[in-house]
Ligand binder design. Structure first.
Ligand SMILES: *[C@@H]1O[C@H](CO)[C@@H](O)[C@H](O)[C@H]1NC(C)=O
Ligand SMILES: *[C@@H]1O[C@H](CO)[C@@H](O)[C@H](O)[C@H]1NC(C)=O
Ligand SMILES: *[C@@H]1O[C@H](CO)[C@@H](O)[C@H](O)[C@H]1NC(C)=O
Ligand SMILES: *[C@@H]1O[C@H](CO)[C@@H](O)[C@H](O)[C@H]1NC(C)=O
Ligand SMILES: *[C@@H]1O[C@H](CO)[C@@H](O)[C@H](O)[C@H]1NC(C)=O
Ligand SMILES: *[C@@H]1O[C@H](CO)[C@@H](O)[C@H](O)[C@H]1NC(C)=O
Ligand SMILES: *[C@@H]1O[C@H](CO)[C@@H](O)[C@H](O)[C@H]1NC(C)=O
Ligand SMILES: *[C@@H]1O[C@H](CO)[C@@H](O)[C@H](O)[C@H]1NC(C)=O
Ligand SMILES: *[C@@H]1O[C@H](CO)[C@@H](O)[C@H](O)[C@H]1NC(C)=O
Ligand SMILES: *[C@@H]1O[C@H](CO)[C@@H](O)[C@H](O)[C@H]1NC(C)=O
Ligand SMILES: *[C@@H]1O[C@H](CO)[C@@H](O)[C@H](O)[C@H]1NC(C)=O
Length: 407
């Protein structure tokens, strides 16, 4: 058997294995039946202020239901509620919810079927003048910060929902009533998934049917400084008895997100166990154009988790969590030190996060990488095997030639 043949067999094996994994999407074939409704049960005389909406997406499994709720009353928030029943429903006491968002005015019933709930809230956008070009808001002088944009004060335009067979997409855009936002907007796009897959647009995060994706972008807002950079502050709210932790995973594969080799997982685990119940996941990259090319990618930094003592100013969170939830926050800042491109150059920045229950999706090696590994490992392995066989055969031949005369 020639060296080429052995190497070829190895390559074929790896490619078949890799392709099979690729087609099966990591073997994850679990599907949910997704349906979306707007303002469930809202009827006159109750009405929401203009632009404010409560989007409810139900992901029906075989014997469970995953509810996602998105609401922009107060700071925009995404709430995930998992129930072990297929009959669970969202119940809103609309007068209470609109008036005071008192605890319990929004619930998922029956409450005994709820196994896990968590929320992600976008609270502020920080802007600072990066005179030293460090792109690090944590070391920037306090005087370089402008007053933050409080997302709870934004005015929203009517939401835009589009649905097709493979996905459901809801877009919300808002702005502050100030000069800076005369031509600007902040938008959130929620994508809901029936099955595992990956969006074509960068960062092309891997998703499954137990997760949904939020893209957040700032478009056209006027910078207040000559070297303005931005950071997005968001908070995670969970039941007491759960703790948060941010893990960073590295990969040698950047096929789906060019030049980015890290994944951040903000995990939620019970205090007494190491099983992961929920997560937020992102890659440390933002894009400076709506249709980015390679040069429009900019790395992001995330600040350490801090504990927040008060419930965030989101009607959804205040109305849903009845027992003193735990809140943690962090900032994602856009840009790296010595980066010559500031926000003012494109007046656009976009960042994407995935939120879900269970273990966060993890990329397996792509077929391309598997071929490279196969060729890279297969060739030396073939040389070793063929070399070993050759040495053995040589040894045998010399040995037999030594002993032959004695027989
Ligand atoms: C839910 O369905 C799955 C698959 O059919 C099954 O493995 C699991 O035991 C069921 N869980 C419950 C709580 O019935
Ligand atoms: C809203 O709350 C106020 C007091 O907080 C109360 O007077 C009013 O009746 C409430 N409105 C509704 C529709 O519940
Ligand atoms: C659903 O979860 C609740 C709370 O965790 C539990 O008490 C109940 O037995 C579960 N029901 C089923 C059908 O698994
Ligand atoms: C810039 O760097 C200098 C020296 O490190 C520091 O004193 C100053 O506060 C920094 N300015 C800002 C705005 O961060
Ligand atoms: C909604 O979004 C789609 C796709 O982004 C766009 O084509 C459509 O014009 C939008 N509709 C409205 C009413 O804004
Ligand atoms: C359906 O939506 C998905 C997710 O947004 C998108 O990738 C796909 O191109 C859409 N398909 C059609 C036919 O519009
Ligand atoms: C908004 O756009 C208009 C027209 O393009 C322009 O005249 C105005 O200066 C812009 N305002 C800001 C704050 O950028
Ligand atoms: C999604 O949730 C279902 C129901 O809890 C579970 O059976 C399945 O394994 C989960 N899928 C992933 C990829 O976590
Ligand atoms: C921005 O730069 C211009 C000219 O380069 C200067 O006149 C202006 O004062 C600067 N503005 C700020 C806020 O630093
Ligand atoms: C963790 O603690 C909760 C109550 O705090 C309890 O219901 C649960 O059984 C415990 N789980 C483990 C694995 O000890
Ligand atoms: C985000 O950054 C700002 C400015 O440095 C800081 O005041 C704020 O406390 C940070 N928030 C979190 C949750 O770390």
């Amino acid at each position: 058997m020639s060296m080429f043949k052995v190497s070829f067999i190895f390559s074929v094996l790896f490619v078949v294995f890799g392709a099979a994994r690729g087609f099966l999407g990591n073997g994850d074939t679990f599907r949910r039946k997704v349906s979306v409704e707007l303002n469930p049960g809202l009827a006159p005389p109750s009405s929401l202020p203009p632009g404010v909406a409560l989007v409810h997406a139900r992901g029906l499994g075989l014997n469970d239901t995953l509810h996602f709720l998105l609401c922009n009353r107060g700071a925009p928030a995404l709430l995930l509620v998992h129930t072990n029943s297929t009959e669970s429903a969202v119940q809103v006491n609309w007068p209470e919810f609109i008036n005071r968002s008192s605890p319990g005015s929004l619930r998922v019933a029956p409450e005994s079927s709820v196994t896990y709930s968590a929320a992600l809230v976008f609270t502020r956008i920080w802007e600072y003048d990066d005179v030293n070009n460090t792109a690090d808001p944590q070391t920037a002088a306090e005087s370089s910060f402008y007053s933050p944009y409080e997302l709870q004060n934004f005015i929203w335009s009517d939401l835009n929902a589009t649905a097709n067979q493979s996905g459901h997409v809801i877009t919300l855009c808002g702005r502050e009533n100030t000069e800076s936002f005369a031509n600007g907007s902040l938008c959130l796009r929620l994508s809901l998934f029936e099955s595992a897959g990956r969006e074509g647009a960068w960062p092309s995060l891997l998703h499954n049917s137990n997760s949904s994706q939020l893209q957040v972008w700032l478009d056209g807002a006027a910078p207040r400084g000559n070297r303005s950079r931005f950071a997005l502050e968001f908070q995670s709210v969970g039941d007491a008895g759960f703790q948060g932790r941010v893990d960073v995973r590295s990969s040698i594969d950047d096929e789906y997100t060019p030049s980015i080799f890290k994944v951040f997982d903000w995990l939620s685990l019970p205090l007494n166990s190491s099983r992961v119940w929920g997560f937020s996941q992102w890659k440390p990259v933002a894009y400076r154009k709506p249709a980015p090319v390679f040069e429009d990618a900019t790395p992001c930094r995330s600040s350490p988790l801090v504990s927040v003592s008060h419930v965030p100013p989101s009607a959804l969170v205040q109305a849903y969590f009845t027992h003193q939830p735990h809140t943690h926050g962090l900032n994602i800042s856009f840009g790296v030190d010595k980066d010559p491109v500031f926000y003012s150059d494109t007046r656009y920045i976009s960042w994407t996060v995935l939120m879900g229950m269970g273990e966060p999706p993890a990329d397996s090696f792509s077929t391309l990488i598997i071929i490279i590994i196969a060729v890279g490992l297969g060739t030396p392995l073939a040389i070793i095997i063929v070399g070993g066989v050759f040495v053995c055969v040589r040894k045998r031949m010399t040995q037999s030639s030594v002993y032959e005369p004695i027989n």
